[in-house]
Design a protein around this ligand. Structure first.
Ligand code: GRF
Length: 217
């Protein structure tokens, strides 16, 4: 299965997915990495691993529709079975999202449906949560609201700050995202009208609990 990854920044999740493809954990091919920012660090990660890169600078477009139309074409050139949003910081048009429905995933740094949107770590602290984490979900037209495939949790400690929490969550992201991509590529996971199905059975709204015990590492 061809995979196209969209990024805007450092690309640490992209790196985790590259590593999982190279070690055979994901049965798929990274066909291209596309960034809306020419300076995104993740582009170098892709180049170092011989993956094609494409830059579509959104600041050169007059409208969101025009950008999304070109982006859609750039992605479809690789005939992907899966499109992975890995820190891609753009709101996508409904037409774009519908086009890739059931084959586009995103990772969000909270235990959805809690804390959609930005500043999730600080908001989890402010709300006095005991636990926090990340979610991988199918992308739907409503922001951070698509059906959840899996989540990974971290405990919030009394001395946690937004920064320390972000680091703990990112460690889990780097395990969760490759795991969900692997499940999708092996066809264990699919989007149905009722929600996410795992080997045919409907998952709960929070998806699979794929929390990894990282304390030993
Ligand atoms: C991650 O924290 C992810 O949850 C959010 O954007 C960040 C991307 O980081 N959607 P990176 O570019 O993968 O390092």
């Amino acid at each position: 299965m061809n995979i196209v990854v969209l990024i805007s920044g450092s690309g640490t999740n992209l790196q985790a997915i590259i590593d999982a493809v190279e070690s055979g954990k994901i049965d798929g091919k990274l066909a291209a990495v596309i960034s809306n920012r020419p300076e995104a660090q993740g582009l170098n990660r892709a180049r170092q691993h011989g993956i094609e890169t494409v830059v579509l600078d959104h600041t050169e477009y007059g409208t969101r529709d025009a950008f999304d139309a070109d982006l859609l074409q750039a992605i479809e050139r690789y005939q992907p079975g899966l499109v992975v949003l890995a820190g891609f910081m753009r709101i996508l048009t409904d037409h774009f999202v519908d086009h890739f429905s059931g084959r586009m995933l995103n990772i969000h740094p909270s235990l959805l449906p809690k804390f959609k949107g930005l500043n999730t770590h600080q908001r989890a602290l402010d709300a006095g949560e005991q636990e926090h984490g990340c979610s991988v979900h199918f992308v739907s037209s409503e922001l951070d609201s698509g059906a959840v495939i899996g989540q990974a949790k971290v405990k919030i400690d009394a001395n946690d700050t937004a920064d320390s929490l972000s680091q703990k969550v990112q460690q889990q992201e780097h395990v969760l995202y490759p795991a969900c991509v692997a499940l999708f590529c092996s066809q264990a996971i699919r989007l149905s009208p009722e929600g996410v199905r795992y080997q045919g059975s409907l998952l709960p709204a929070t998806g699979l609990d794929l929390t990894e015990d990282l304390t030993e590492e």
